[in-house]
Design a protein around this ligand. Structure first.
Ligand code: KG4
Ligand code: ZN
Length: 363
């Protein structure tokens, strides 16, 4: 079965062709450099860019794969959660493609697609504990099957990716700052006492990262009072930040290492707690997914945690961690194999609303 996967839930327009679970080709247009000018995603601009990109991307994807629109058997589209305007562009495109070619249609939960992204590269062992860490979500799930994913914990405020991006913005790093903080942290020495591990003194599997951001703001203010540099200066000519050299660089790297450690310690503590729950008693693996799954320390920590607990560990390669059409195409294909489809009434679901279980089972 040849499946066209469409991702447009945030600021990446990405289309992929997946044949029976294997990636054939992918075409992506990232809008990060546009939104970086504003320090975060501007929803109205994101939808316009998707509307501009999806058609040409689809043409070049089909040309690369030597396929015609009629070769596509199934159109899988990220139907939420995400930015409503952006999702509507992708969903409308998917419906038009399905209607015009006679292909089947399936709306895919963007978060579930992240959790299954590693399956494009390796066979996953289930049931699994899933840790989904992205710019908009931080979820702990029990993963039983493509159509049985049970949410056990989520963030009450900021997501792990937001914790990185907002702290990065205060430091003067470009958006999205997660990767910059990660790279600088690799050079630095972490001070485990500098930042708190928020929301751990409870039985809940939920997260709360907004306090970490406040702790960073207070730390930067204290530095200013000491007369130390507080943020990375930008070069007006290049429009890029000018990373400092010497002592200031060491201080920045150490700060990033301390902040990254606080985020990773917090995520790891909740995963340990979740593994002790009776509902996770039979989990045979840990699956790490989402944009923040590209974080070097988080990957090594989760791998070590899985090993200590005698579980398999899966994380997608870095290219498949961030938003991509391949993961949408893959999960769409798995769901279609189970007999699920959507009709043209398929709705886009914005962030904050639960994605309904409204697929029709044909088998
Ligand atoms: O999954 P994703 O591409 O988009 C959403 O669905 O949100 O995740 C984007 C997030 C951003 O917050 C970005 O800063 C973060 O992933 N990210 C990282 C790293 N690479 C991307 N965070 C920490 N370390 C990284 N290496
Ligand atoms: Zn995502």
């Amino acid at each position: 079965m040849l499946c066209l996967g469409i991702e447009s839930s945030c600021d990446d327009s990405s289309l992929a062709l997946v044949r029976d679970g294997a990636l054939v080709a992918q075409a992506t247009a990232s809008q990060s450099s546009l939104h970086a000018l504003f320090g975060g995603v501007v929803p109205e601009m994101a939808s316009r860019e998707h509307a501009r990109f999806l058609g040409p991307l689809c043409d070049s994807l089909l040309a690369d794969a030597g396929a015609s629109p009629e070769d596509v058997d199934l159109v899988a589209v990220a139907r939420g959660p995400g930015l409503l305007g952006s999702l509507l562009v992708g969903v409308a495109f998917a419906k038009a493609f399905a209607l015009g070619t006679g292909a089947g249609l399936i709306g895919v939960n963007h978060l579930h697609a992240h959790l299954f992204a590693a399956a494009l590269e390796q066979d996953l062992a289930l049931p699994a504990l899933g840790l989904l860490v992205s710019g908009g979500h931080t979820d702990i799930c029990r993963i039983e099957a493509p159509d049985r994913i049970i949410l056990m914990g989520r963030t009450l405020d900021d997501a792990a990716g937001e914790a990185f991006d907002k702290a990065g913005k205060m430091l003067g790093l470009p958006y999205p700052a997660g990767i910059y903080i990660d790279e600088l942290a690799e050079e630095g020495r972490a001070d485990a006492g500098l930042f708190p591990r928020p929301y751990l003194n409870n039985d809940s599997l939920d997260f709360s990262f907004s306090g970490l951001k406040t702790a960073m703001a207070e730390h930067i203010a204290a530095r200013r009072r000491e007369g130390l540099e507080a943020a990375v200066p930008w070069n007006a000519a290049t429009g890029l930040p000018e990373l400092p050299e010497g002592e200031a660089r060491v201080r920045l790297a150490d700060l990033c290492a301390s902040y990254r450690l606080a985020v990773v310690d917090t995520l790891a503590a909740k995963v340990e707690k979740a593994l002790c729950r009776p509902a996770m008693g039979d989990a045979v693996s840990i699956i790490l997914a989402g944009g923040v799954a590209a974080n070097s320390l988080l990957r090594s920590r989760m791998r070590a945690l899985a090993e200590t607990r005698g579980k398999h560990f899966f994380a997608p390669s870095r290219a498949l961690c961030t938003d991509n059409g391949a993961m949408i195409g893959y999960l769409g294909w798995r769901l279609a194999e189970l007999g699920y489809r959507h009709g043209l009434e398929l709705e886009a679901i914005p962030r904050g609303r639960r994605v309904p279980d409204d697929m029709t089972r044909m088998l």
